[in-house]
Structures are given as C-alpha cells and as structure tokens.
Design a protein around this ligand. Structure first.
Ligand code: COA
Length: 434
C-alpha cells in the first residue's frame, strides 16, 4: 500500500494513541533530547487508566512526571541511568535503577527486558516513507525494532540523519504529528579549572586521533583545547556543539580514521539548535545503534583512539566512581566502561582512556582523590581497567603501575590542600614516606 495512505490511517492524537498502551507492560521511551514529550506527557496525564506499567528510560530530559508519587501502582520508572529529573525518585525508592553497560541495552531489550511499547520521536517521512530517528539512534531504534506497539511522534523539526537510523511508516502503529523545537542541553560553564583540565587532556591527544567525548563541561573544555590539532576524528557515544566548532575549523575532518573514514560516528546527540541544524541531512555524520557504536570490539578497531570521560571520586588504588555518592545513585555507567575497555583493547595498541575530573568537589571542600570511595559507592571503572586520571594539576598514568606507584601518582595530581592528608594515608599503607 502507498505509504501516504498508511500514514493517514495511522494518524491520531497523543491522547488517543496512549489509550493503546496496555496495563502490565513495559514501555521504552525515545532517549535524551529525542524523547517524544507530547506522547510521554499524554501517557502521564492518563496514568489512572494503567496498572503496573514500567517506563524504561536512560537520560531522561522530559518532565519525568512518571516519577511523581501519585503514579504508584500505575506507572513505575526503571532507570538505566539517573539524571536530575529522576534522581530524587530513585533515591526515595519511588523508582528503580538497573545497572547496565550502555552497549548492552539493546541486548537487554531482546532478552531480560522485552519491550511491549516503544514511544519514539522521528523526522517527517522522506519520499519513500522512511522517517529518521534523528538525534537518537542508541537504544531507541532497537526498542522500536522489538516492540509489539510503536507510537511515533513525527516532528518536522527533528533532523534527518544518516546511518542505520530509519524506520518506515509501515513499522509504526500510531502516528502523532507535532511541530516543535527539540529539547536542548544547556551549555556548561567552563571555568579556569575546566580549562586547565582540558589543556592537560590535550597533551595526551595527538594529531590524527579519533575521539570519544562524554557529556558536560570537561569534554567541552577538552574540545576548546584542541584548536591547534590536525586531522581529528569522532567515534563517540554522543557529541554536542563543541564538535561542530572544531569541524567548521577543519580540525576534525575524520581523514585519518581507520574505520568509517570521513565520517563522524555517533549514537546520540544532545546540544543546541546549532548542533541539530548541523547534523540535518549531513552525510559526514552517521548514527548507529549503541550496541554497534559503543561495542568495545568496534571501538578497538579505531586507530589512535582516545576516550575522555568524567567521574566523581577516585581512590588511591585507581578505582573510579562515576555514578554514586555513597549509596545515593547519581547517574550510571553510561558508555564509560564501553570506551575504557574498547580503547585499551585497541588493535594498534595506541588507545588512551582518560578519566578527567576537577581535583575537588563541593566548592573545594572535598577532595575527589580519596583513600577510600564513600561507603556504599559503586566502582564504575575498576582498578584493572583504569588508565589515565587527569585533574587541573596534571596527569596520572596508572596502567601497569603498582598500588604504591598509583597512590603516589594520584596524590601528585590531588589538590594541594589535601595532599598532606593523602600522604599520611600513603605512609600508613606502604610503610614509607612519599
Ligand atoms: N562527594 C560529594 N559531592 C560530590 C562529589 C563527591 N565525591 N563529587 C561531585 N560532587 C558534587 C559536585 O560538587 C556537584 O555538586 P554542585 O553542583 O552542588 O557543586 C555534583 O556532585 C555534580 O558533580 P560534577 O562533577 O559537577 O558532575 P557532572 O555533571 O560534571 O557529571 C559525572 C560528572 C561523573 C556524574 C558524569 O560525567 C557521569 O555521569 N559519568 C558517568 C557516565 C559516563 O561517563 N558516560 C560516558 C559518556 S556520556
């Protein structure tokens, strides 16, 4: 049948579409800035019609109304990553947190967490009836591929991006048309500390490297420090506006990449309209599902691969906590370990996995380099996986180092206010002075 006829048949309102979500089912919503907010909010408005519906999400940037106390018994959130909108509910026991590597999420949707309903947001259809998943391919496309019911919010402001990132009208059950700006990520504040961290990271990044950059002020500060580099490439879980600036300057040209030469490979995008306009109909950017982009055995094929991620605490053995403050879940592993592992497995042996953080937290009151992780904290990157730790005070290369050498290297990049205290711990532990 002509896809245009199908489109008309499936067209409905958000309020009507969400009536087709059954009770006792699992709903996966489109990820991050691609969340189909009109449909998700319609489901939340109608919560009383459902019993026992699980909402699986990762970086939740919408209203997160499914976390409200009155949702009890109707909608319950299962977070694969915790963010500002879901943190309180998870830590109050009103929502759940399920630890998982990002690259394994599509596999979970095939095995342990089968998807009943996918709520997705896509671009307008092209002349063949294909809509692009736009700024989020990640687990959104795999969820739609597996779901029994697909409710699609078709937004003419969603960019059309390339790669394995399309869905045909015939694969959708209900279509809700909207025309509205996408969710945007506020630009992070980059101060002197972040700039110094960025410059230290830049010392480890050679011309011709392929980069993975996490989210936030530190990755953005790293990008600012790369303006004098040449021939950089991108193979990253996500990227934001900073990459656009370096691409336009010709610093990023993907010309030295060992796989996907000439292309930026990414699984989701979060930034401002500038980023969304840049990726629209842009063949230099290709989006693939996260079980490809973040898979360590794909990451390892990139030559001169460098990953830059951040964390909350590092102990003197090099155990990295990036996701919890004590028993309080702050975020999740996301793609951190996917890249730390992929980079250290690099086929060319040149991979560098950087974990970069300010030396202190809570306005300088706490050292992030600590003798022990906070009681109850989770280890995100293990001491066996860890490679470089970078602060504004320098670079600690921990790979192949003994526990004693690691502690000394980490103390040398701690904030000077905390070095005496850490040195006392060193003396007690290793029976010698630093
Ligand atoms: N003890 C107490 N509070 C701490 C702390 C600690 N050890 N470390 C940080 N904090 C506080 C900070 O002071 C800050 O609070 P404030 O804003 O009131 O000052 C808050 O916690 C957030 O810390 P910050 O370091 O600014 O967080 P961030 O937004 O830069 O995010 C991570 C850092 C590590 C949470 C984030 O990068 C993450 O979730 N990483 C894991 C996932 C990942 O790496 N994915 C890879 C690709 S996206």
């Amino acid at each position: 049948m002509d896809w245009k006829v199908l489109y008309k048949q499936k067209l409905t309102t958000a309020q009507e579409a969400v009536k087709h979500i059954p009770s006792n089912c699992r709903v996966v919503t489109g990820h991050a800035a691609a969340e189909p907010t009109v449909v998700v909010d319609a489901m939340i408005d109608n919560y009383e019609q459902y019993e026992n519906v699980e909402i699986v999400h990762m970086v939740a940037m919408g209203s997160c109304g499914y976390c409200r106390p009155e949702m009890k018994g109707h909608l319950r959130h299962n977070a694969l990553f915790v963010g500002s909108g879901t943190r309180e509910a998870v830590n109050d026991g009103r929502a759940d947190f399920s630890p998982t590597f990002f690259y394994e999420v599509p596999k979970l949707f095939k095995t342990k967490l089968p998807v009943d309903v996918a709520l997705i947001q896509v671009s307008s259809p092209d002349e063949h009836g294909f809509c692009s998943f736009g700024i989020s391919c990640d687990f959104t496309k795999p969820a739609a591929d597996k779901a029994k019911i697909v409710i699609a919010q078709v937004n003419d402001q969603m960019p059309r991006t390339f790669g394995d990132n399309f869905i045909h009208i015939s694969e959708m059950d209900y279509i809700v048309e909207v025309s509205r700006p996408l969710l945007e990520l506020a630009l992070p504040k980059i101060g002197d500390v972040e700039k110094a961290i960025g410059e230290n990271c830049a010392k480890l990044i050679e011309d011709g490297s392929t980069l993975q950059l996490g989210i936030g002020a530190i990755p953005d500060a790293v990008l600012l420090s790369l303006k004098n580099k040449k021939d950089l490439g991108i193979h990253s879980e996500m990227f934001s506006d900073g990459v656009v600036d370096l691409y336009n300057l010709g610093v990023i040209n993907n010309s030295k990449k060992s796989i996907h030469k000439g292309k930026m490979i990414v699984t989701f995008l979060m930034g401002s309209k500038k980023l969304y306009d840049f990726v629209n109909d842009n063949p230099s950017v290709e989006m693939y599902p996260v079980d490809y982009v973040n898979n360590p055995i794909v990451v390892m094929k990139n030559s001169n691969m460098v990953s830059v991620n951040s964390c909350l605490q590092v102990d003197l053995m090099g155990q990295v906590c990036a996701e919890a403050i004590g028993l309080k879940q702050f975020s999740g592993v996301g793609g951190q370990v996917d890249y730390v592992r992929g980079v250290s497995m690099s086929e060319d042996g040149n991979g560098k996995a950087i974990i970069a953080m300010p030396s202190t937290a809570s306005k300088g009151k706490l050292s992030r380099i600590v003798p022990f992780l906070d009681h109850g904290s989770a280890v995100t990157t293990s001491r066996n996986d860890v490679q470089y730790i970078v602060t504004e005070y320098g670079i600690a290369d921990l790979k192949g180092k003994s526990l004693k050498q690691r502690a000394a290297a980490l103390i040398s990049i701690a904030h000077p206010d905390f070095r005496d205290e850490l040195s006392k711990e060193y003396e007690m532990r290793f029976k010698e002075s630093l």
